[in-house]
Design a protein around this ligand. Sequence first.
Ligand code: G3H
Ligand code: ZN
Length: 283
Amino acid sequence: MLVSSKELLLDAQKNKYAVGAFNTNNLEITHAIVRAAEAQKAPILIQISAGALKYAGLEFLPMIVAKAATEASVPVAIHLDHGPSFEVVMQSLRAGFTSIMRDASKLPYEENVAEVRKVVEACHAVGVPVEAEIGKIGGAEEHVVVSEREATMSDPDECVRFVADGGFDFLAVAIGNAHGFYKGEPKLDFDRLDAIRERVDIPLVLHGASGIPDHQITEAVERGICKINIDTEIRNAFIRTIQKFVAENPDQIDPRKIFAPGIEAMQAVVEHKIEIFRSAGRA
Ligand code: G3H
Ligand code: ZN
């Protein structure tokens, strides 16, 4: 069933688990995510970025995801990931998204607040919750590219100020997480997470979770992360599996047969994430 992300994340916060937020670009990825959520009886967010909207068509992809969400036996929210502008936020509301991120984290503090407040006013008017980010998460995710030098961790005091000034619903934090695969093992700054958690009472979001070892994810959930974003590991499972299948079956030209093992591989990734997020059985 199609739901708002607010009810999902508030329940996660209350009961100390995290809801998985999985990125999709197409029908196949969407099927894999929903099948995994249903198999694990877990609530989920399906995320669409501005890049995915551009690739698949502003109306096509949200329609596919909305249909999948409506028919799913588990609660599903449709979330705009890293919303780059007020314009894309408005287009997403019109397309039926039930959750919005406005990412203006690259801008100076006051401009970030101003951009977020504008979106909050519009989204809250139609009952849609908003996620915002403070600090700069390193790595590359679609149009969001932050070099190692530019990346900065979220400052706990600034988080408190940002939440009060912005009036949004969920806070994305930079605590050593980065988009894309990591060079070497990442090390989340749990002291920083604790300091933020102690002072901020809205649900906290962890981006760039692909490649973070399971034990660190579990610890992040125990310390109060309520939404965890996964994209790269899903893409990797899809494409690597397809590459292998095509190499082993060079005469196969039926896309349905080529994609099938890719969908299964993505489903396995999403099911595993749901288990370590402790959201299995929460639907
Ligand atoms: O917003 C999406 C995510 O933060 C995904 O990050 O590609 O590193 O899993 P990832
Ligand atoms: Zn992200």
